[in-house]
Design a protein. Structure first.
Length: 301
């Protein structure tokens, strides 16, 4: 079955044809991947209901709908997130960003536990700008039980997506979700929530001139506002950095997923804005060649 579907996908120039067919068949048979299916499930004849469901899902994929939307869910870290277009689909490389943040937060927690000068009265507060499905923030909440999260997104469909996912994962008590646009209502609107320890974001960072090179799956189905970073890919990045100085605690951190060209551009931009007290501390190249960038906020008296 999967072989014949894969051949149909290949004949219609569907990217990752065999992988797509395996995900669809596995989903209908009640498994995450084809490797999770047992021998009896693979060899058993499909019911009429299963055949119809597979045909319906394949029809969507043939329209170049991303397989994440076709299935209606996708795994990120150890979470299963409900996915519906046009909510931005979390990428595998963003899991590396989450891992970096987890390592740094654990290091900070260890340092805090060893310090008698600054006893921790409550857990860290993380602010995520552009939360989409909630992949980053919810993963951190799952792994760091003492952390609370504030998540912002300017699009209602993303707002509703993370609300739904947080409830399904029983994390709604530790997350505050807001429909908020930092470009039209910046840091002043965030003051009532107090200062935060960490800001994280996978912002729109693609250079506008590169948008037309994206795959049809992306251009036709995903939220392009979550991808297009303007002429230099930095329109939202600059807004986040400008806001960070006002809502970050001293010695707070900013984590951003960016284009490989951006660290130098960000460093140059920050050098002309010394009043923000932000410094690029480190960068990490993921397996797709993009960069995770870590910034440090420290006011020098």
């Amino acid at each position: 079955m999967r072989s014949s579907i894969g051949k149909v996908f290949e004949a219609n120039n569907i990217p990752e044809a065999q992988t797509s067919s395996e995900y669809i068949v596995s989903h209908v048979l009640g498994a995450k991947t084809f490797q999770n299916l047992n021998g009896s499930s693979i060899s058993a004849p499909l019911s009429a209901k299963q055949q119809k469901e597979i045909q319906q899902l394949c029809a969507k994929r043939l329209q170049r709908m991303p397989v994440q939307y076709v299935l209606g869910e996708w795994d990120f870290q150890d979470l299963t997130l409900k996915m519906k277009p046009p909510v931005f689909i979390p990428r595998p490389e963003t899991e590396e960003l989450v891992s970096l943040i987890l390592d740094e937060e654990r290091r900070k927690r260890l340092a805090s536990a060893c310090s008698k000068d600054f006893p921790e009265t409550h857990g860290p507060v993380i602010l995520e700008v552009g939360c989409g499905s909630g992949a980053i923030g919810l993963s951190l909440l799952k792994k760091l039980p003492n952390v609370s999260d504030i998540s912002l997104d300017r699009f209602f469909f993303a707002f509703h997506s993370i609300v739904s996912n947080s409830r399904r994962l029983h994390l709604q008590e530790r997350i505050h979700i807001f429909h908020h646009d930092i470009t039209s209502c910046p840091w002043v609107c965030l003051q009532p929530w107090g200062l935060v320890d960490t800001i994280i974001s996978n912002p729109p960072y693609i250079f506008h001139e590169d948008m037309s090179d994206l795959a049809a799956e992306i251009l036709c189905f995903e939220d392009l506002g979550a991808l297009d970073g303007g002429i230099d890919g930095m329109s939202i990045i600059k807004e986040i950095l400008a806001m960070a100085s006002y809502i970050l605690k001293d010695c707070g951190s900013v984590y951003l997923e960016v284009d490989p060209r951006h660290p130098k551009m960000v460093t140059n931009w920050l050098s002309s804005h010394p009043d923000l007290f932000l410094f690029v501390s480190a960068t990490h190249k993921d397996f797709y060649g993009n960069l995770e960038m870590y910034l440090h906020h420290e006011k020098i008296n």
